[in-house]
Design a protein around this ligand. Structure first.
Ligand code: KG4
Ligand code: ZN
Length: 343
């Protein structure tokens, strides 16, 4: 099966071509430069950019894969959750393509695609479901923070989620307080590499609580109070790096700590992590240490498949279609608030 997958749930326009578990191309047009000016994603601008970028991105994905539209057997699109107008741009493009080609279209859950993205290898890019095993999985992105119990392929239940800000949102908001450009996660990661994570003490929200939920709004507020109480601190580049390292340490300790604890409680043999925040070097290190100590395997999404991309949508869609699942009607609607099943 040769499939064209579309991702437009937030601020990346992605198109990928998938054939029998292989990623033939995976093109992403990022809009971060446009939204950086506003310190966050502006839905109207995101939609305009998706509409503007879709055709060139799709053409480039087909060109790189040496595939023509006539050679496609199926289409897949992110149906939700996400920004409604952004989702709509991708869904309508996908439905129009499927209609013209008279081929099936799969409607994919964006977070389910993140959830199974650790089973995509980078070089050469391809699905690796032969290695699949049940897991406790962290999905941490700019919009979501979830702990999920994956009992089998496509058999998963959400254990806990953030009660307020997502982990990536926390990175981005703390970055904004420090005058860093949106999205700030990767910059904080880089600056923190040369900072002291113990320089300043920030709270570890909900780390000690016996549940699988998260809360990051209070941490951001405590960084804001700290910066207000210490004006001029960030003028010293060394202190800026220390604040980055200390704030990052708080986020990472909570994410890794609660993930490892849920995995131990459920007797999981494998832990996975995905979503943009799973690119974070400190988080990758801390999860590796926690899993090594507990004798659990760790499967981290490859960085290129961690941030939003259409390859994860297509890899999942192909497996679903092959299993007789995932197909949607040509007039199916977006699902902006689509939730994963709860434990
Ligand atoms: O998965 P993603 O591309 O989009 C969503 O579905 O939200 O995640 C984007 C988020 C942003 O908040 C960004 O700051 C964060 O992932 N991020 C990072 C890193 N790289 C991206 N956060 C921490 N460390 C990183 N290296
Ligand atoms: Zn995402």
């Amino acid at each position: 099966m040769t499939l064209l997958a579309i991702e437009t749930s937030c601020d990346e326009t992605g198109v990928a071509i998938i054939r029998e578990g292989r990623v033939l191309s995976n093109v992403v047009a990022s809009q971060t430069a446009i939204h950086a000016e506003y310190g966050g994603v502006v839905p109207e601008l995101a939609t305009r950019e998706h509409l503007r970028n879709f055709m060139p991105v799709a053409a480039e994905a087909l060109r790189q894969a040496s595939v023509t539209p006539a050679g496609l057997d199926a289409v897949a699109v992110t149906r939700g959750p996400g920004l409604p107008s952004a989702l709509l741009a991708g869904l309508k493009a996908g439905q129009a393509l499927a209609f013209c080609l008279r081929k099936p279209i799969a409607g994919i859950h964006h977070l389910e695609a993140h959830l199974y993205s650790p089973w995509i290898l980078a070089d050469p890019p391809r699905g690796d479901f032969a290695q699949f095993e049940p897991s406790v999985s962290l999905v941490a992105s700019g919009g979501h923070t979830l702990l999920v119990h994956v009992r089998g392929l496509f058999n998963h239940r959400v254990l806990g989620a953030t009660l307020d800000d997502a982990a990536g949102e926390c990175f981005d908001k703390i970055g904004k307080l420090m005058g860093l450009a949106y999205p700030a996660g990767a910059q904080i990661d880089r600056l923190a590499a040369d900072g002291n994570p113990k320089a300043f003490q920030f709270p570890r929200p909900m780390l000690a609580e016996a549940n699988d939920d998260f809360s990051f709004a209070g941490l951001k507020t405590s960084v804001r109070y700290f910066l207000e109480k210490n004006p001029g601190l960030l003028d010293d580049p060394r202190r800026l790096r220390d604040v980055c390292a200390s704030a990052q340490a708080a986020i990472v300790e909570v994410l890794a700590g609660k993930t490892a604890r849920a995995a131990r409680r459920l007797g999981a043999r494998c832990v996975t992590a995905s979503g943009g925040v799973a690119c974070n070097n400190a988080l990758r290190r801390e999860l590796a240490a926690a899993c090594a100590q507990a004798g659990m395997r760790l499967r981290l999404a490859e960085r290129v498949f961690s941030t939003d991309n259409a390859a994860m949508i297509g890899i999942l869609a192909e497996r679903k279609l092959m299993a007789g699942a995932g197909e949607m009607d040509l007039d199916a609607e977006i699902e902006p608030n689509w939730a994963l099943p709860l434990a």
